[in-house]
Write a protein that binds this ligand. Structure first.
Ligand SMILES: [Zn+2]
Length: 101
């Protein structure tokens, strides 16, 4: 699967800040609602942290660098999600993305 690897310094900073926030509040995976292993190296195991986007970057490239669309996910969940649009909301997560849709 071809992937656009465009990155900016600000994006890197935003990503790092987002990761630290998630880690500090033990944010759960927004796709499955289960805890994420923040001690694991990113993108290395199924339980490890992976930065997901509310809207798939492949369909909404313009939103790739927008921190408002960042979501914490498991590496495995993100992989399973692929390029799909936001999943059926789980519990309290629903409002978050419906209001921004
Ligand atoms: Zn998950």
């Amino acid at each position: 699967m071809p992937r656009v690897r465009k990155t900016t310094r600000q994006f890197e900073k935003d990503k790092a800040a987002f990761f630290n926030q998630c880690k500090a509040r033990h944010a759960v995976c927004w796709l499955c609602g289960m805890p994420i292993d923040y001690t694991a190296e990113k993108n290395t195991s199924d339980e490890s942290y992976n930065l997901d986007h509310l809207y798939p970057v492949s369909k909404h490239a313009e939103l790739q660098f927008d921190p408002a669309g960042f979501r914490p996910s498991h590496t495995s969940c993100n992989r399973l999600r692929g390029n799909q649009d936001p999943p059926t909301p789980i519990g309290t997560l629903s409002r978050q993305w419906i209001t921004t849709a």
